[in-house]
Design a protein around this ligand. Structure first.
Ligand SMILES: [Zn+2]
Length: 297
């Protein structure tokens, strides 16, 4: 039934590895803490799975965002890792949203397969309420990469929540996304992205946190982290890049080519490992349309 790959926080899929940037924040050697001193924007981090926060730990420690996590990270094997994220956030003094590991991965996949559009619209509404309650000005979260449907649906829900909350508060909340697949650096043609660059001390702390988290979660995560650090090098994780989000443009790619989760799901069904394939046109696109609809609530 699972459609995405197992338990992925980091995955070494090829992406362009050049670096364009940054519009703001850190320059080489500038401490994140320095960058964020003073009245930074009130921020939120909204992610599909626990562990995604490891990609942006430098920013997280500095910005201390309100953190929402959709699933408990239990994946297909039923071993949640939300507790590891709880400990990390407590150490970073970041606040937890009421939406924090509220579903298992199986439940979320079920809602996608069953086309429970109301579930996703309601969840986006709850996220919007929290953005208003905390007067959030900046939201970072999952990217639409076609890798895992939960990531893509998370990004779509953020889009709706940000749109709703911006209307209600009469401000324009910024919506940014960071890559979850492949290198921490985005493609070179990314316009208007923002970059936080960690100092050597901050990078060392981040790498230690990543290894501790992976060690605690165990299993495939340890291998994934080792492979990723080996492939891209420690230094690649000194840069945390937040790209502008353009949902329609990101989805348009799947009109031409099937997303990875779909071709992966087909292979898994053929191998008898999954019962169903989550498909873009059949399952994710209708959710995108529902979330893009009028929001008068
Ligand atoms: Zn994930």
């Amino acid at each position: 039934m699972r459609s995405g790959a197992q338990g992925t926080i980091f995955t070494s899929v090829d992406r362009p590895n050049t670096f364009a940037m940054p519009e703001l924040t850190g320059t080489a050697g500038t401490s994140v803490q320095t960058v964020h001193n003073g009245p930074g924007p009130r921020s939120a981090l909204i992610i599909g799975h626990p562990g995604h926060e490891l990609r942006v730990l430098g920013w997280l420690r500095a910005a201390k965002p309100l953190v929402a996590v959709l699933t408990d990270g239990s994946g297909a094997d039923g071993a949640p890792r939300i507790e590891q994220t709880t400990q990390l956030l407590d150490g970073a003094l970041a606040a937890r949203s009421a939406i924090f590991g509220i579903a298992t991965d199986r439940e979320l996949y079920h809602a996608i397969l069953e086309q429970d559009l109301d579930y996703f619209v309601a969840l986006a509404g709850r996220l919007s309420d929290e953005l208003c309650e905390h007067r959030i000005e900046y939201v970072a979260g999952d990217s639409i990469e076609g890798y895992n449907p939960t990531h893509d649906v998370c990004s779509l829900m953020i889009g709706r929540a940000v749109r709703l909350a911006s209307i209600r508060m009469g401000v324009e909340i910024r919506h940014r996304a960071f890559p979850l697949v492949g290198a921490p650096r985005p493609p070179s043609d990314t316009a208007g992205a923002e970059c936080v660059r960690l100092t050597p001390d901050e990078l060392a702390r981040k790498l230690a946190d990543i290894r501790t988290y992976a060690g605690s979660a165990g299993g495939a995560l340890v291998t994934e982290v080792d492979e990723l650090l080996h492939r891209f090098g420690d230094e690649a994780f000194a840069e945390e890049v937040f790209e502008r989000v353009e949902l329609a443009g990101a989805l348009a790619a799947f009109e031409r080519d099937k997303p990875f989760y779909e071709t992966h799901g087909e292979r898994q069904v053929a191998a008898g490992k999954y019962r169903f394939v989550i498909r873009y046109r059949e399952h994710v696109e209708p959710i995108a349309r529902a979330l893009a609809g009028e929001c008068m609530t």
